[in-house]
Design a binder for this molecule. Structure first.
Ligand code: NDP
Length: 446
């Protein structure tokens, strides 16, 4: 079996050798899927995985804009339309200086599987630009978003491709992008999700990824007769996902002791309570400041510069910042400190070595495609509400989110349950693959 997997990966690597993040995501999925495909007559010999790793379409474009000093700036924009077998392309836009084709292809590839798991009819895509919204004025961000959408608008649509937010793309950016799309098309449609509630957005969408991640951690803990109540939790990141993961931990009676950003992490051994979390939200969302400012108001807490929070002893870890932020050494430290559950809030935050150690030690480990699927699931609910021209209440959306996370957990169990352990990664990969692969087979070689 290893020979077949290695042959497949070598062929993909030949075409994509300069795309390490994409190859990492393909490897992680192939190790679970190839043995399954080989064992199933309907998939074997159809080159189905080869078809899945090739994007249906990639658009790359120039984004010119003028900064506040009147200088002309040039960025690169992208949209990777990965797979539309089960629905229109759906996935976020990332604005970060590190954005490149490898990162967007890995995200789009993961998105295909994640969207399949949500049970909603959504294909997978991802896009963004190497633009850094940090230290830019609102006017600069608006001009960038308008220029970006002036090209992107011809490739997307409410029945074709429906982008959302991701790193660096929050409510402000979605607003500017939506405004420009509406102006260009003269249409008010659900072409983006994560919209403001007064103009087509869904309640609970901002909270959904973080809440969903904690619901999933709770489902895993419940499955072994435990719960997150009373647990000590470390969280990385202090953006959208991290903030609402922290909020839901507090709702469920857990103690959150760390949060971070790209400059370091804060450690508050007394716990980040609701008031302190509101302060973090104010720093990050309104003032667009740094997490280090937390210790000015709460001097008993520490700020640890340029470090990640994984050396802090915890029961549950929720990596919620970015890809590859937990490596093998971090995993070993977490395990030595008694961590029993890791649920990925971010996409691929744990590298291959880290995942291997979590699995070898049989702790609860949820891959992002399962645990952070709540965000895109509520985006799917936003699309449904837009089509119905109707809005569900906060309670209705939260209830649907909880149900979806429970269904995802069940799907992981179906294909990931082993004698004394649940391999959530394998369960998520096989279960999501089946739905997409069956649709592709039914639609012929297209
Ligand atoms: P935000 O931009 O709101 O926040 C990102 C956070 O991560 C910030 O604290 C940021 O710090 C930190 N961060 C970003 N890049 C790095 C880096 N290279 N090194 C260290 N820290 C970094 O993004 P989101 O919260 O929306 O996204 C976080 C993760 O969750 C991403 O992996 C995203 O793909 C994933 N995700 C998001 C969903 C959503 O609905 N938003 C849905 C599913 C997954 P700083 O402020 O210093 O940049």
């Amino acid at each position: 079996m290893n020979k077949i997997i290695n042959q497949f990966l070598a062929e993909i690597d030949n075409r994509n050798s300069h795309e390490p993040e994409f190859m990492q995501a393909v490897k992680e999925v192939s190790e679970d899927l190839i043995p399954y495909i080989v064992s199933q007559d309907i998939y074997h010999g159809k080159n189905i995985l080869m078809r899945m790793v090739e994007p249906e379409r990639v658009v790359m474009f120039r984004v010119n804009w003028i900064d506040d000093n009147g200088e002309i700036r040039v960025n690169r924009g992208y949209r990777v339309e990965m797979n539309s077998a089960i629905g229109p392309y759906k996935g976020g836009l990332r604005f970060h200086p590190s954005v490149n084709l490898s990162i967007l292809k890995f995200l789009a590839f993961e998105q295909v599987f994640k969207n399949s798991l949500t049970t909603l009819p959504m294909g997978g895509g991802k896009g963004g630009a190497d633009f850094d919204p940090k230290n830019k004025s609102d006017g600069e961000v608006m001009r960038f978003c308008q220029s970006f959408m002036t090209e992107l608008f011809r490739h997307i649509g409410p029945n074709t491709d429906i982008p959302a937010g991701d790193i660096g793309v929050g409510g402000r950016e979605i607003g500017y992008l939506f405004g420009q799309y509406k102006r260009l098309k003269n249409e008010f449609t659900g072409v983006l999700t994560g919209k403001g509630v007064s103009w087509g957005g869904s309640l609970i969408r901002p909270e959904a990824t973080g809440y969903g991640t904690v619901y999933f951690a709770e489902d895993m803990l419940n499955h072994i007769g435990d719960s997150i109540k009373g647990k000590t939790v470390t969280i990385s990141g202090s953006g959208n996902v991290a903030q609402y993961a922290a909020e839901k931990c507090l709702h469920l009676g857990a103690k959150v002791i760390t949060m971070s950003d790209s400059s370091g992490y804060i450690y508050d051994k007394e716990g980040i309570n609701e008031e302190k979390l509101n302060h973090i939200m104010d720093i990050k969302n309104n003032k667009r400041g740094r997490i280090s400012e937390y210790v000015k108001k709460y001097p008993k807490a520490e700020f640890i510069k340029d470090k990640k929070p994984w050396a802090v002893k915890c029961d549950v870890a929720l990596p919620s910042a970015t890809q590859n932020e937990v490596n093998g050494t971090d995993a070993k430290t977490l395990l030595n400190n008694g961590c029993i559950c890791v649920a990925e809030g971010a996409n691929m935050p744990c590298d291959h070595n880290a995942i291997k150690q979590f699995k070898d030690n049989k702790i609860l480990f949820a891959p992002g495609k399962a645990s952070n699927a709540g965000g895109v699931a509520v985006s799917g609910l936003e699309m449904a509400q837009n089509s119905l021209r109707y809005s569900w209440t906060r309670e209705e959306v939260d209830e649907k989110l909880k149900e979806i996370m429970i269904k995802i957990h069940k799907k992981c169990l179906k294909y990931g349950k082993e004698k004394d352990y649940v391999d959530y990664g394998k369960g998520a990969n096989i279960s999501s693959f089946i739905k997409v692969a069956d649709a592709m087979l039914a639609q012929g070689v297209v």
